[in-house]
Design a protein around this ligand. Structure first.
Ligand code: ATP
Ligand code: MG
Length: 352
């Protein structure tokens, strides 16, 4: 068994046989068909197993004051553990017909995040699988999600250097997932988007939500599925039309987030007319036109924080990330290198 926490979970489970109607046997190797590949035994995160009582105590019985957000999986609460550590507790709340899917996402999240270790991924502290209840416990990200800072509740709009720092951090996180250093084989995130880029107290980008992640078996550059999953607005058109999932599907979604950083607009804005709802379709044709490009730069961004040269380089990178053909898109490693260059070009020119 690759991870020791499973036995701890089982022990706890045995002592709580009431309210149990299905068993969760931890079978990551069979599940992912990893064969004999050597997966690293290091498991820095996700080792704590909590009871429902502990989750209730940490969140003052899931009080409204502690509610920080709501997503497709359920509500997210701020909580304080007995140790004093501040955490984010994600409570699975799904209608019965979605319960099996939710259970699968829960296990994928625990399985994958427990074996990952990178400064640009949200650390999983532990989980609770008490009876039918499911919770994921993460390190608390004090500055919430990126989308809220760009076009949501946040009042202070970010300057260009901070946006570049966030883009670079997210690129490094995705490059790590795509490399084989994470679990021995590349991982496609499959649901990369601005609400899944969380920001720490010092605005370090941390990628979250691995529930849809898929491991790519070695020698297999794509995975064919009949059910396309992810979020509208970030879908790789090649994946949508053919069902072929590749690492480049994440690069497409990353390109959409770059466009959100540049324009301050939403990936999909249902308040616009039918032809203007999709950000990529709205701006794709002008990304390499310096004059027109000026018109789509986020008007809320301080003019003194950017140079046009760095904006042009950034828009060019974004335009290549969102190309329709997945093979025409850069790799995440290339994105990291270009963003480093863009970052230093901007800083040097501004002399700060
Ligand atoms: N670790 C965390 N620290 C602080 N806030 C968090 C944390 N995890 C999630 N949140 C907040 O809770 C919100 C809801 O998160 P959740 O992942 O459930 O949904 P989502 O990403 O917005 O949408 P979807 O379910 O479609 O992926 C996030 O947008 C974020 O603001
Ligand atoms: Mg999320």
């Amino acid at each position: 068994m690759p991870f020791g926490f499973v036995s701890a979970w089982k022990k706890r489970r045995r002592s709580k046989s009431h309210d149990q109607n299905e068993s969760w046997t931890y079978k990551p190797v069979e599940y992912w068909q990893l064969g004999d590949q050597n997966t690293p035994s290091k498991r820095p995160y996700g080792s704590s197993v909590f009871t429902l009582k502990e989750m209730e105590k940490a969140t003052c019985s899931f009080s409204e004051e502690n509610l920080v957000g709501k997503g497709g999986f359920g509500r997210v609460y701020r909580g304080v553990l007995r140790s004093g550590e501040v955490v984010a507790i994600k409570k699975m709340e799904l209608p019965p017909f979605k319960a099996a899917e939710g259970e699968r996402e829960f296990r994928v999240e625990v399985d994958i995040l427990s074996s990952l270790d990178h400064p640009n991924l949200v650390p999983l502290i532990g989980y609770c699988a008490d009876g039918k209840h499911r919770f994921l416990v993460y390190e608390f990200m004090h500055n919430g999600n990126l989308q809220d800072h760009l076009n949501g509740i946040s009042e202070n709009k970010m300057g260009w250097p901070l946006r570049l720092k966030i883009a670079l951090g997210a690129a490094r996180g995705l490059a790590y997932l795509h490399s084989s250093s994470a679990v021995g084989i590349p991982i496609v995130h499959r649901d990369f988007k601005s609400t899944n880029v969380l920001l720490s107290a010092n605005f370090e980008a941390k990628i979250s939500d691995f529930g849809l992640a898929k491991l790519m078996p070695e020698g297999q550059e794509m995975y064919v599925t009949t059910r396309v999953q992810g979020t509208f607005g970030y879908f790789d058109p090649e994946y949508t039309s053919t069902g072929k999932l590749t690492l480049q599907s994440d690069v497409y979604a990353f390109g959409v987030v770059l466009l959100e950083l540049l324009t301050g607009r939403r990936a999909v804005d249902l308040n616009q007319g039918p032809t203007d709802q999709n950000l990529v379709l709205q701006v794709r044709h002008i990304l390499n036109d310096r004059k027109k490009l000026r018109k789509v730069i986020d008007p809320e961004m301080s003019r003194s924080s950017y140079t046009m040269e760095s904006i042009v380089m950034f828009a060019n990178l974004a335009s290549r990330c969102v190309r329709s053909e997945s093979s025409d898109r850069p790799s995440m490693v290339e994105c990291v290198k270009e963003l480093q260059l863009i970052f230093s070009t901007n800083i040097k020119a501004l002399g700060s």
